[in-house]
Write a protein that binds this ligand. Structure first.
Ligand SMILES: C[S@@+](CC[C@H](N)C(=O)[O-])C[C@H]1O[C@@H](n2cnc3c(N)ncnc32)[C@H](O)[C@@H]1O
Length: 271
């Protein structure tokens, strides 16, 4: 990527950072992926700790943003793990620093070129970060490189319910967030992870009913742009509306409900 393009992208995420500053971690904690993650971490980490009693676990969150994965992990692990959050946006990291305090190291770097030695992390997370990468293959190769041999990659991504519905939903996602580069279904995500040298050991697709208002509150859209998103949703064909579980009680953001599909994968690198 050219330097100008890289700077433009960092600035876009810096702008979004001012929005996520206000987003409420207590609300996010109730999202099904965070509930699931807490349970998964409790099992996964106790297994790791049993096997590696002597060493302090190192955990990396790629594209950490405001640090919600770091906060969730710290809640489960307590202080005995070394947590690292990495992001290209310094403003995002400043938000994360305010939330996590000194409980994690924060590093500004691109996922495609990580400033870490080989095989230093026991766990690597990415939540809704892969779909922003300009070069996902490089990002996944870096995740594989920095993971220890029996380490795990926990990947959480919003996905479409199927290809056809996703094709209709993509213009809405693109309009809501221009920094996005990729759109996944569960199948395409698994294919990508496996073709990047990982074995997917666990997969789960969670559904979550959310109002259009709550979804748009996490964006940097203007009032006018939010109206356009609402109209785009109203104009979706019926099959796509059905696939996304769209319920319209009134033509108001908070009265339009849809289903988010969230895919969680636990993958280990193929040796
Ligand atoms: C949708 S946010 C997700 C934040 C966080 N993982 C969460 O679940 O709340 C995506 C994050 O990825 C970061 N990001 C985008 N491209 C990146 C890259 N190439 N390398 C590292 N971070 C990147 C953005 O700055 C942003 O903070």
């Amino acid at each position: 990527m050219r330097v100008k393009e890289a700077i433009r992208r960092i600035m876009q995420f810096d702008i979004i950072a001012s929005k996520v500053e206000d987003s409420d971690f207590n609300l996010l904690k109730t999202y099904p992926e965070f509930v699931f993650l807490r349970k998964l971490l409790k099992n996964e980490l106790s297994e790791f700790v049993d096997k590696n009693r002597e060493h302090v676990l190192s955990i990396l969150d790629v594209g950490t943003g405001p640090g919600s994965i770091l906060l969730t992990t710290r809640d489960v692990t307590g202080p005995q793990c070394h947590l690292v959050g990495m992001d290209i946006s310094l403003k995002m990291l400043k938000v994360a620093r305010r939330k996590i305090g000194k409980a994690a190291s924060l590093v500004q770097a691109p996922a495609e070129n990580m400033p870490f030695r080989d095989e230093v992390f026991d766990l690597v997370f990415s939540r809704n970060a892969l779909h922003h990468l300009c070069n996902i293959d490089m990002g996944l190769a870096e995740i594989k490189r920095v993971l220890r041999h029996n380490g795990a990659f926990i990947c959480i991504e919003s996905v479409g319910p199927n290809n056809d519905a996703l094709t209709y939903w993509i213009p809405i996602l693109r309009y809501k967030d221009r920094t996005r580069t990729t759109y996944f279904t569960e199948i395409s995500l698994i294919k990508l992870i496996e073709s990047s040298g990982f074995n997917v050991e666990l997969k789960e697709v969670l559904t979550h009913k959310i109002s259009l208002k709550e979804w748009l509150d996490r964006s940097s859209l203007t009032t006018e742009a939010r109206k356009n998103v609402l109209n785009m949703i109203l104009e979706l064909p019926n099959d796509a509306k059905k696939a996304y579980g769209i319920e319209i009680k009134e033509i108001k953001e908070k009265s339009i409900i849809f289903t988010r599909y969230v895919c969680i994968l636990l993958a280990r690198k193929v040796l």
